[in-house]
Design a protein around this ligand. Structure first.
Ligand code: PLP
Length: 498
């Protein structure tokens, strides 16, 4: 097995560290993101991989990329993360209709795909702490557009030696998402609402994580920072697993034949989930196109089509709030790989983004964006797609999955390509039931209370109400801090008593 090392997208000296160190640090001191120095090609192992269950496949793929962990350490992590208390049996489900398969990634505890990685990240961190004999406590700082927050809180609650603080946009998440976070129990968790958007939260968190002075003060208090956002490589690698798993599942069920190319279509915000699909492709998964679907915040669509990333535009709050992002952090990793691993070039683009809010890429990188197709779905198109899929297949999708499905339709119309497509289904519709309900039925009455409407949705959809939703009915609200977006750093200093 090749040994894989990690380096920062912005470090011209290309200093390498181990995967466990990269997981602990979250983000590099220079503000860059950690990336693997190479990708193992798994093509020759497909026959073996095909026979593995989800946990087995996760152990295999994590073992390849996190090569400084022993197989026992990795197995311990996957067994505990993907157990039946945390996930429905089968971990993921696949629903196929004609030439598309919805890869349901929302059968974990918080009902969004974030559980796939955030249920294992705490175990990877614990193992890394032990490996490096770290005496400091870890402080996880997380910005959330809704789903990461709850999944991270759930993953890290009650974990010894790790504290977590989550910042979320007060008016930028669904009712259910907010309730899920505000009812989170645990001595080691803190939830803070900000009057601002996700980008405000993420920028402040990135600033805190890489500020030398803050890090020094924290160190004196016996803490070190880490991150649970998809800037942490420990989030991305577990997300590679389900693309392989879905592929083998489709082969086994004769939906596709072995080695047949597929497309993968992902509702995208911070560019983490689709980057994991790109990594899967680099590791030998037969992928034709990666379809990057955006909502009305279509900064990525413009980037892929024109080669210009420009965040200077209006920010919209949409019915797919987990994708309401103007600065997609993980794009930096893609730029690193496509630039021929050129940290100086990446640094210059990121400086430009920081200073003037935009950058444009050179012709060479532009040409290499061919693996991708990008499109966006308006609010009306998203609602129409939820309705269309429901009427056609009696299958209810959430607002994020619907963005992907709508963009996939546009792709097929534009290209005629009818390659079998995996659509990442990223959340349970119960998390966004008001917008989903009102999209498929004129019986929706906005004056009815949440839980009455949820019961009605059960009848319409024929899908059982997940425990995590019914529990919210009686759960106590335990957090109530709301701050201005300009006060995130001060508020943090306060909470951490620096
Ligand atoms: C986070 C999230 C997304 C966006 O995923 P990224 O990895 O940030 O691109 C899409 N849908 C849902 C439901 C999410 O929670």
């Amino acid at each position: 097995m090749a040994s894989i090392k990690y380096l920062s997208t912005r470090d011209s000296s290309k200093r390498c560290i181990s995967s466990s160190e990269a997981i602990l640090r979250g983000i590099a001191d220079d503000g860059g993101l950690f990336v693997p120095d190479k990708f193992p090609n798994l093509s020759s192992s497909f026959e073996k991989m095909k026979e593995l269950d989800y946990k087995g496949l996760a152990s295999f793929i994590l073992g390849e990329l996190f090569s400084d962990f022993t197989i026992d350490e990795i197995d311990y992590c996957t067994q505990n993360a993907y157990n039946t208390f945390k996930f429905d049996k089968g971990i993921v489900k696949i629903s196929t209709y004609e030439k598309t398969s919805f890869l349901e990634l929302f059968h974990g505890q918080t009902l969004a795909f974030k559980d796939m990685a955030l249920s294992i990240l705490p175990y990877l961190m614990k193992a890394s702490i032990k490996k490096h004999n770290i005496k400091d406590k870890i402080l996880i700082l997380t910005a959330t557009s809704g789903d990461t927050g709850k999944a991270a809180l759930e993953g890290f609650a009650g974990i010894d030696g790790i504290d977590i603080i989550v910042f979320y946009p007060k008016n930028g998440v669904s009712n259910i998402q907010e309730r899920q976070m505000l009812t989170q129990k645990g001595e080691n968790v803190k939830v803070v609402a900000i009057r601002g958007n996700f980008d405000d939260a993420q920028s402040a968190v990135k600033y805190l994580l890489s500020d030398a002075c803050i890090n020094g003060k924290l160190k004196n208090k016996g803490y070190m920072f880490s991150s649970a956002n998809s800037i942490n490589i420990g989030r991305l690698v577990p997300q590679i697993v389900y693309y392989f798993y879905a592929y083998f599942n489709l082969v086994k069920n004769n939906v596709i034949i072995n080695k047949e190319n597929i497309n993968i279509c992902v509702p995208t915000g911070n560019f983490g989930n689709i980057l994991a699909a790109f990594y899967a492709k680099k590791m030998g998964l037969p992928v034709n196109k990666l379809i990057c679907a955006s909502n009305k915040n279509n900064v990525l669509t413009d980037f892929f089509n024109d080669g210009i990333y420009n965040k200077n535009r209006e920010f919209y709050t949409t019915i797919s709030p987990s994708m309401d992002i103007l600065i997609s952090s993980n794009l930096e990793r893609l730029l690193y790989h496509l630039s021929g691993e050129d940290p100086c070039y990446v640094s210059s683009l990121m400086d430009s983004l920081k200073n003037i809010g935009k950058y444009s890429i050179n012709e060479k990188i532009k040409a290499s964006l061919n693996d991708f197709y990008a499109g966006f779905s308006t609010e009306a198109e998203t609602r129409k797609e939820i309705d269309r899929i429901f009427k056609k297949h009696s299958y209810v999708i959430d607002t994020h999955t619907a963005v992907a499905s709508a963009v996939h339709n546009k792709y097929v119309a534009a290209t005629g390509d009818n390659t079998h497509t995996i659509i990442a289904a990223t959340a349970s519709f119960y998390k966004f039931f008001r917008d989903v309900y009102s999209s498929i039925s004129d019986k929706y009455d906005k004056n009815k209370d949440d839980f009455t409407l949820i019961d009605e949705m059960k009848k319409i959809s024929n899908v059982n109400i997940p425990q995590a939703i019914s529990d919210l009915k009686t759960a106590d609200i335990l957090h109530n801090t709301v701050i201005d977006k300009g006060d995130i750093v001060d508020s943090f200093i306060n909470i951490a008593k620096l």
